[in-house]
Write a protein that binds this ligand. Structure first.
Ligand code: NDP
Length: 309
């Protein structure tokens, strides 16, 4: 039986670490269970140029390292492992890491979301070397180059349009002959002269030496392969929130994101708060995640105060 913590933070991307900084500075002595893939999606992001405060940019891993240090400085304790089970139906709440049980008066969930990938070996090999899952993060590195976006949903439309600001030409590659995206978003793509749409097309292989230089596309109607010169490949086939362990514990929306009350980090369970991409499929930026981590910390602090902690 362990001590009862004031707050356990699950997940260690910008949302979780910001929660840790705030709750630690509020003397709540937070315990963070950071996961084996600590740092989250920023750990696979090369250069971050849009996080305020870094005029010359910073790499994703460096940003997470310095933020973790800041959380540590105020006394955050870390466990580098994955949470395997939770029970939010009892007080104090219970959190397990394998057979080890932890208890807490409040919980901040910041387990993030993961971009979905196609699962090609070559896609993995060129991650950060031309393959990306975030146009907002990496689009500006492809000025005057040829790039493609894979997907047919709103994200793919938005990213394709966004990329035309930088790229010489954008190919939108979709596996079917019609889009899932909303009409207004699809129309924007179809009316954009810099975008060429390839329907019934599947990315088969990414090629290059150190960096991406071409892609092979399989046309599932003609059954033919074509190779296109290409420097950037943006995978936009959706995100998966990391909420498997919370499925029977919290209200999730139809796509698995934790539902939070508007303008707060409150979940449907009193004392359990959620921050960052695990509850936000719209903005998905490091800075918005950090901002919502701050909200969760303040919500938790005030809630604990009301409970007399
Ligand atoms: P969606 O699930 O809506 O779309 C995913 C797209 O990727 C689909 O076209 C799908 O193809 C394709 N896809 C999925 N798996 C594969 C695969 N293995 N190989 C090839 N293609 C694949 O995800 P989004 O991220 O686009 O959108 C998520 C939610 O966020 C939606 O509700 C969307 O409306 C919303 N959103 C809203 C925005 C806005 O309003 N500004 C901007 C961005 C997102 P298929 O169609 O064949 O299934």
């Amino acid at each position: 039986m362990s001590n009862v913590e004031n707050v356990i933070i699950i997940g260690s991307g910008p949302a979780g670490l910001t929660s840790a900084i705030y709750t630690a500075r509020a003397n709540l002595n937070p315990l963070m269970i950071e996961g084996y893939e600590a740092g989250g999606q920023l750990m696979i992001t090369n250069d971050v140029e849009n996080y305020p405060g870094f005029a010359d940019g910073i790499t994703g891993p460096e940003l997470m390292q310095v933020t973790r240090k800041q959380a540590e400085r105020f006394g955050t304790r870390f466990i580098t492992a994955n949470v395997t089970k939770v029970d939010f139906s009892v007080r104090p709440f219970k959190v397990w890491v394998g057979n080890d049980e932890y208890q807490a008066k409040s919980i901040v969930i910041s387990t993030g979301a993961s971009a979905k990938y196609l699962g090609l070996d070559s896609e993995k090999a060129f991650m950060g070397k031309g393959v990306s899952a975030c146009a907002t993060c990496d689009g500006a590195f492809f000025r005057d180059m040829n790039v493609c976006v894979i997907g047919g949903g709103d994200t793919a439309m938005e990213e394709a349009n966004f990329l035309t600001r930088f790229a010489k030409k954008v190919w939108l590659i979709h596996r079917r002959d019609s889009f899932r995206a909303s009409k207004i978003m699809a129309d924007r793509v179809m009316n954009n002269e810099k975008i060429e749409i390839l329907y019934n097309s599947e990315l088969k292989e990414v090629r290059g030496e150190k960096l991406v230089s071409s892609i092979v596309i399989y046309n599932n109607k003609t059954k033919e392969d074509i190779e296109l010169p290409m420097e950037g490949v943006f995978i936009a086939i959706g995100h998966q929130p990391n909420t498997k362990i919370f499925k029977d514990q919290l209200d999730l929306n139809e796509t698995g994101y934790i539902v939070t009350q508007p303008k707060s980090s409150y979940t449907n369970v009193d004392g359990v708060f959620a921050a960052g991409d695990v509850q936000d499929h719209v903005y998905r930026q490091a800075i918005t995640a950090a901002g919502s981590g701050c909200m969760a910390a303040i919500d938790a602090e005030r809630w604990l105060e009301k409970q007399g902690v």
